[in-house]
Design a binder for this molecule. Structure first.
Ligand code: ZN
Ligand code: ZN
Ligand code: ZN
Length: 85
């Protein structure tokens, strides 16, 4: 059983920060998949990527919910509740 997400009020109408992971673009890193923060629009890379910047963004900011930024994917994930939203 998964716990329902209690962070839906932190979803805003955001625009992606860019076409790739913010930190990887800055550092010249590579990513596998992209996740977009639904609180501020930060684009970060997934946990299969070396940088894990989407997870890092959650730890730094507390923004809990990301949406897949991959074409054809629209699932959302809450880091705080570890559940699909
Ligand atoms: Zn949640
Ligand atoms: Zn990254
Ligand atoms: Zn954010």
């Amino acid at each position: 059983m998964s716990i329902p997400c209690t962070h839906l009020d932190q979803i805003h109408d955001v625009r992606p920060s860019g076409a790739g992971c913010v930190e990887c673009l800055r550092n010249g890193g590579r990513w596998v998949h992209l996740r977009m923060c639904l609180t501020c629009g930060h684009v970060g890379c997934c946990d299969s990527s070396p940088g894990k910047h989407a997870t890092q963004h959650f730890h730094e900011t507390g923004h809990p919910i990301v949406q897949s930024a991959e074409p054809g994917e629209d699932w959302r994930w809450c880091y705080a509740d570890k559940t699909q939203v």
